[in-house]
Design a protein around this ligand. Structure first.
Ligand SMILES: *Cc1c(COP(=O)(O)O)cnc(C)c1O
Length: 435
């Protein structure tokens, strides 16, 4: 399969090139020329309730990764990437939670990052040329990517994150690793970090010296595996015989875009609900038809503090810039921090379930959606474990969130990050000197 740029200024490339480049030279985003159909996968697993996540993942992955990789290699990629699962927890008939935090760094980004790491390490091994991955993070991307690549030969990862704007527990998960992982603490916002990464890719001195790649949700090899858990969730609820709606707490909209891929492949998803915090660019667009990016606003659901969602170009591409078609398929809502805190309390009191701020924004959006669509199986994507946002969660619920062992290990280690300003010249100099 070939991958084209959403800007159409460069010719399509094969999967390996799309993954290793990350971004096309015209600064668009890679998209598959044809999204493969998976109707037989839907038929197979609706009739087969007992299956593992990696078994299902294989049947979908093979459509994207063959013939770049052999069936044996694809089998290894999915089994190494996904030794965990994505369970749906039922709160009541309408409210379900898809827990995406059972991976190594307790957030949904483990799915994309681990799959990408397995794919890239095999591609790099084939080409023998070391790769330098630049990743900007507002929290969870950094740890998921750093852990996914930790110790992988021929690949170095540099993580950029906004100083003081990620929680300590998030920071500890990517800033303590050492080995082939460098963490840069940038005096700026997440958007500044993202801008530095984007500019690095356009800088010829850097691209001559280093073989750069990206690992943000813009990399197509992170997006593809995120489609897998929509399938998995659907098979866990389809027996309820109601329209299935996915509520996606969103920032850069990679997660929601992956859901659109699953739907295009033939998974019977009735609609999507895009749930945001005060960074409401996409819900506002769905209302008004005007796409107006702005500087990011800081909230308690900080992994969604994105003022210019990078995957919006892919969404536009999937709907061929047809606003009405997008509105028919995606309903948008945004909520402030106060409502989010209340929702954490409501979910705890009503269902005895601990939800973190991103999931709580999703829960609010589902409540709003159910007002007009009561006969719905609503699935909120719980994008992180509550322990990652324990300050807010514990304050609201009055209960301590136990720390899972896979997190405690990192909390006990010293931070190794290097502070840098947000100017490109300083960032460039750092890379030129050190690598
Ligand atoms: C990254 C992230 C999001 C936003 O996902 P996008 O794909 O960028 O929309 C939501 N919640 C958490 C916990 C995240 O880490």
């Amino acid at each position: 399969m070939q991958y084209y740029s959403t800007k159409h200024q460069v010719p399509p490339v094969n999967f390996a090139e799309a993954v290793l480049k990350g971004l096309p030279d015209d600064n668009g985003l890679f998209m598959p020329t044809a999204i493969p159909t998976a109707h037989e996968v839907v038929a197979k697993y609706t009739a087969k309730p007992q299956h593992t996540f990696s078994e299902l993942a294989y049947d979908i992955a093979v459509k994207f990764l063959s013939p770049t990789f052999t069936e044996q290699e694809i089998r290894e990629i999915v089994t190494t990437a996904f030794p965990f699962h994505a369970p749906v927890v039922t709160l009541d008939a309408q409210h379900h939670v898809l827990e995406l935090f059972h991976g190594h760094t307790l957030a949904f980004k483990d799915f994309g990052a681990r799959f990408m790491a397995q794919v890239m390490s095999r591609l790099v091994a084939k080409s023998q040329e070391p790769l330098h991955i630049l990743v900007a993070t507002s929290g969870d991307t950094g740890s998921a990517v750093a852990h996914g690549f930790l110790g992988v030969p021929n690949i170095h990862v540099t993580v950029l994150y906004p100083s003081g704007k990620v929680s300590e527990r998030q920071e500890k998960q990517f800033a303590t690793l050492g080995q082939n992982i460098t963490a840069l603490e940038i005096a700026g916002t997440f958007d500044d970090c993202q801008a530095l990464v984007k500019q690095a890719f356009l800088d010829t001195d850097l691209t001559k010296k280093l073989r750069l790649s990206s690992a943000n949700s813009i990399n197509i090899s992170r997006l593809i595996p995120q489609a897998f858990y929509y399938f998995s969730a659907y098979f866990q609820v389809h027996h309820l015989n109601q329209p299935v709606v996915f509520v996606v707490p969103s920032g850069n909209f990679g997660n929601l875009t992956a859901g659109l891929f699953a739907q295009r492949m033939g998974l019977p998803i009735h609609q999507f609900v895009a749930a945001t915090n005060a960074n409401d660019v996409v819900p506002a667009y769905l209302q008004s038809g005007n796409f107006q990016p702005h500087a990011s606003i800081q909230t308690i659901s900080n992994a969604m503090d994105v003022g210019n969602p990078s995957n919006f170009a892919r969404m536009q591409d999937l709907f061929q810039n047809n606003l009405a078609a997008m509105q028919k398929n995606i309903v948008g809502y945004s909520f402030d921090d106060e409502s989010t805190r209340k929702a954490i309390a409501t979910v705890k009191n009503k269902y005895n379930y601990t939800i973190e701020p991103h999931g709580a924004v999703g829960f609010l959006a589902l409540e709003a959606y159910l007002q007009t669509h009561p006969q719905t199986t609503g699935i909120v994507l719980e994008t992180a474990h509550p322990v990652k946002f324990y300050e807010v969660v514990e304050e609201v619920t009055g209960e301590t969130v136990p720390v899972p062992e896979r997190l405690q290990v990192w909390l006990d280690k010293p931070k190794l990050s290097i502070p840098l300003g947000k100017d490109f010249a300083g960032f460039k100099e750092f890379l030129m000197k050190n690598f």
